[in-house]
Design a protein around this ligand. Structure first.
Ligand code: FAD
Length: 499
């Protein structure tokens, strides 16, 4: 083993959480190394694959205009923006996690979200309005769902900007250099073992390590162990490298496991999407999110969820998992020609698997579903649709009556040809179970005491998300906890050097 390198802080991973941590630690004048398991052209983790939608408590349009500075006066005047303050973000987080998000962590995420988005902007990240989060009527844009902003050029733009800043700050980055083990000396983290070419292991001496290397979603064995056998063949929507290494390394030095190990974020994704994130096709182009406007049936031709239970931001993570329970882990999203023009852009990309037919009978045959059952489902649905004002910008209460499950909002009759079906399956995004951390991003041991010199951020933080999460919170969590971890570890080193 060579022993020839020394850094103040080693950050494991190069996703949004790791980059935020490295930038914030280097801002404090520390010497930082980032370790990436993949090659340079496969850097950036899940963060690279994202749509860039990012949640924060903006309060009102004025709060947004400080983040998205490209909006003209005319554009601002044409926007209807519902208020979204800290209490709204907190409520959304608690609602979708069934009240389980740990208050200390939830409060940090929510209360630092606005300050953090402005900090990201200072680091060179550009933000734009999220074109998927409003409906346009009479020249006005009505936003909904607390997620009006995204990063320019999606996750690609986000990580590019942060890599640039990290490099300007003098952060060193090693590619094809997975961290494999942590060392401690007198109760402090003292080194990281890094696997290099030819299986050689290099020991990097350091005073602090920030683990920001994701969950275990790309590890088939661990998926089956913790989430269940049905997750064996789930599509992995992002990085192939998030195999739980950070969790293993942390547990080996006494960290406490925390969070929902049998829970994960998942999304309905194109049935023919690549089995693992394809770095040449980023931008989250395979997801299928417009289902609140349509219907979903399984291969038996039956509905199995309330497509209109809520805005997509609050149901998509859950409905991916429901799809996994269907025959061949398959379902079909259905739209008729009156809602087809309102679908998100992904539905019209050449990568989208699309079935089109002029009649319902022809659609059933092309989908390969049980025709009789399918026609009965549609007939019963159409008869159950109630009168009401259809408005996709709000939960319009235009529902069905007498079905199981009902469609509780945005229920229009499915009767205008041509008809479209999109086959979908479940794609896993990231896992919820990880390690215990406090609001300084310190990793805690079995006695709830900080392991000196060890920090975690992003998907490595347990106890924040359970069952589901409000869309756009993953990136904000990476930024808030990454930035916190960077500051805390720089502060720890400062104190250590005074001892
Ligand atoms: C397709 C897709 C779309 C998404 N869209 C959104 C969205 O619009 N908004 C949102 O908020 N969230 C979104 N998410 C979720 C979001 O990506 C995550 O919540 C967030 O990016 C996690 O950031 P992270 O830095 O913790 O992990 P990652 O970005 O996954 O980074 C982990 C890093 O660790 C590296 N690594 C792993 N093991 C090792 C090791 N042993 N040594 C060194 N490096 C290692 C990986 O290669 C990677 O670089 C999406 C996810 C996917 C997959």
């Amino acid at each position: 083993m060579a022993n020839d390198k020394e850094f103040d802080i080693v950050v494991v991973g190069t996703g949004n959480a790791a980059l935020s941590a490295a930038i914030s630690a280097s801002e404090e004048g520390t010497k930082v190394l980032m370790l990436e398991k993949g090659s340079e052209n496969k850097r950036g983790g899940n963060s690279f694959f994202t749509d860039g939608a990012i949640r924060f408590a903006y309060n009102d349009l004025d709060g947004i205009s400080k983040v998205v500075d490209s909006l003209s006066k005319e554009e601002l005047a044409s926007i209807d923006m519902p208020k979204y303050g800290e209490e709204d973000f907190h409520k959304d987080l608690m609602d979708v996690t069934q009240g389980k998000s740990k208050p200390e962590l939830a409060n940090l995420l929510v209360s630092k979200s606005y300050e953090t988005i402005l900090w990201m902007k200072e680091q060179g990240v550009n933000f734009v309005m999220n074109e998927n989060q409003f409906f346009e009527k009479d020249g006005r844009k009505s936003f909904w769902g607390g997620l009006p902003v995204k990063t320019e050029n999606k996750g690609i733009g986000l990580v590019e900007a942060l890599f640039k800043k990290a490099q300007e700050n003098g952060v060193e980055i090693w590619y094809e250099s997975p961290a494999v083990k942590l060392e401690q000396e007198e109760g402090h983290i003292s080194a990281v073992h890094v696997k290099k070419e030819n299986d050689e292991t290099l020991t990097v001496k350091t005073k602090s390590v920030i683990l920001a290397n994701g969950g275990f979603e790309a590890n088939k064995k661990e998926r089956m162990k913790y989430l269940g056998d049905q997750w064996e063949n789930a599509v992995v929507r992002g990085s192939e490298y998030n195999t739980g290494d950070g969790i293993t390394m942390a547990l080996e030095v006494g960290a406490q496991r925390a969070g929902q190990y049998d829970g994960c974020h998942a999304h309905t994704t194109d049935y023919n999407a690549p089995r693992v994130g394809d770095y040449s096709k980023p931008g989250d182009i395979y997801k299928k999110s417009s289902y609140p406007l349509g219907l979903i049936v399984n291969p038996e031709g039956e509905r199995f969820v309330d497509e209109g239970a809520d805005f997509r931001n609050y149901t998509y993570a859950k409905y991916g998992k429901e799809t996994l329970k269907q025959t061949n882990q398959k379902a079909f999203q259905l739209y008729d020609s009156q809602v087809q023009p309102m679908l998100r852009v992904e539905y019209n990309l050449e990568e989208a698997t699309k079935i089109e037919a002029d009649t319902l009978e022809e659609l059933a045959v092309k989908m390969g579903v049980d025709e009789t059952a399918f026609l009965k489902t549609i007939e019963e649905y159409n008869s159950a649709v109630q009168e009401g004002d259809y408005n996709p910008s709000i939960k319009d209460g235009k529902s069905t009556k007498g079905l199981a499950p009902e469609k509780t909002n945005w229920a229009l009759k499915f009767d205008q040809a041509p008809f479209f079906a999109y086959p979908v399956t479940c794609g896993i995004t990231f896992t919820f179970g990880a390690v215990k951390v406090n609001d300084k991003a310190e990793v805690l041991d079995e006695q709830d005491q900080p392991i000196k010199g060890l920090y975690a951020a992003g998907e490595m933080v347990g106890e924040l998300f359970y069952h589901n999460y409000p869309g756009g919170s993953g990136l904000m969590s990476g930024s808030v906890f990454g930035r916190t971890a960077g500051k805390s570890s720089a502060n720890f080193i400062g104190q250590k050097s005074l001892i």
